[in-house]
Design a protein around this ligand. Structure first.
Ligand SMILES: Cc1ncc(COP(=O)(O)O)c(C=O)c1O
Length: 389
């Protein structure tokens, strides 16, 4: 056949997120699979977006993003992490954090470069490294006791490694980077040219009194790294696809070389709405209340599972909870996640989409209205009962 493409990503099909969402829609199932909230965004933000449209903000925003929104992002880092970033040369706004993570990998990874990623990992990193011609080096995120495996990561980070990618709070496991972990990595990398990307899209959502951990707060990682955030996740507007990257001017300059020909500029009226809303009383209160809102949602879902054979460690951060079905069913979580969508009306993501788990495990998104969480807990109780427990 003429015109046959030679795939650059031959092993990649439709993602499990797309598949499970389609399956959920087909069976009218609750969709706790894909990571998006069904909670409405703050009212003031929606009003600000309407005003921005009515005011006639319809043309391209600057390539790096609106200056007032970049100034807010930089003030966010100075307040939360005592990190100074220059809004002009060290902060870029893109089409969601994912577009900027992708651009950073394309801009900074050369063919043959090693890129260390903790596994399981958010599904963007691997294909992005592959497209850049890099070589993915996967190390386990967790050790046998379920703690972040520092020795495993450091063992893979020799001087020739081009890049390390971190993600905290972590998708899919719901774990968070322990205090001191970034400092230890920074010390280990001293004297090397290894770069660090830190995907912090769930940044402020840390539970049970934990402290938010950011690459930005660790001076020597800050000098060799980019940190990424997402307004979609922070404000329940994932469909707006507006995120940011902060990092030293030299790295930002390289990142923008790809960003300017890929996304170039994103959602001008939505950027205006964010810049207007975030400094308001409602905006500040929303961000201050984010961690407690999601902790309460996690607790509500897990309280509904009390006394059932579902096993879990409560998520430490973010809005994903992993549930272990080893006492309910044997084997393949992919099979069970698909089956339960049809039979019990609940769509989840099998953890085997991210790694090979030792037991059947599924990931649920708890960024949902309380009624959705209660209905999901009822489905999970029924699943346990119907499998004879
Ligand atoms: C770890 C992680 N990084 C990045 C993203 C993408 O963020 P955005 O929607 O801002 O592109 C997601 C979304 O699910 C995510 O879970």
């Amino acid at each position: 056949m003429e015109g046959k493409p030679i795939s650059k990503l031959p092993d990649l099909g439709t993602t499990i997120f797309t598949e499970m969402t389609a399956l959920a829609n087909r069976h009218g199932a609750l969709n706790l699979a894909q990571g998006f909230p069904d909670i409405p965004p703050p009212e003031g933000l929606v009003e600000a977006a309407i005003s921005a449209l009515q005011e006639g903000i319809h043309q391209y925003a600057p390539m790096a993003g609106r200056p007032d929104l970049r100034a807010w992002i930089c003030s966010h880092y100075s307040q939360r992490h005592k990190a100074v970033y220059d809004a002009e040369s060290e902060c870029t706004i893109g089409a969601g954090a994912s577009s900027l993570i992708f651009a950073a990998i394309q801009a900074l990874v050369h063919p043959g470069d090693q890129v260390v990623v903790q596994s399981p990992a958010y599904d963007l990193y691997g294909p992005a490294v592959q497209l850049a011609g890099g070589q993915l080096v996967e190390v386990p995120l967790l050790d046998a006791s379920g703690n972040w495996d520092l020795d495993g990561l450091l063992g893979a980070c020799h001087a020739g490694v081009r890049m390390v990618i971190l993600n905290t709070p972590h998708n899919p496991t719901g774990t968070t980077c322990p205090t001191g972990f970034m400092d230890a990595l920074a010390q280990h990398l001293e004297g090397s040219d290894t770069l660090v990307l830190s995907d912090e899209v769930y940044g402020p959502m840390v539970h049970d009194g934990r402290k938010e951990v950011s690459l930005a707060a660790c001076p020597s990682l800050r000098n060799r790294g980019l940190a990424f955030g997402s307004f979609g996740k922070l404000l329940q507007v994932t469909g707006w696809k507006i995120g940011w990257a902060v990092g030293p001017a030299a790295l930002t300059a390289e990142l923008r070389k790809v960003h300017q020909y890929d996304v170039f500029s994103t959602g001008a009226p939505l950027q205006a709405a964010l810049a207007h809303f975030l400094p308001t009383k409602e905006g500040v209160a929303h961000l201050d209340g984010l961690a407690s809102m999601y902790q309460a949602k996690r607790d509500r879902l897990l309280a509904g599972l009390a006394g059932t054979p579902w096993r879990f460690t409560p998520a430490q951060g973010g809005f994903f909870q992993v549930l272990d079905a080893r006492d309910i069913v044997p084997g393949d979580d992919g099979h069970w996640a698909r089956t339960w969508t049809r039979t019990h009306g609940l769509a989840t993501i099998p953890l085997s989409a991210f790694c090979t788990p030792p037991t059947p495990q599924v990931r649920l998104c708890f960024a949902k209205e309380d009624a959705t969480l209660d209905a999901a807990a009822a489905c999970l109780r029924d699943i346990a009962t119907d499998h004879g427990n």
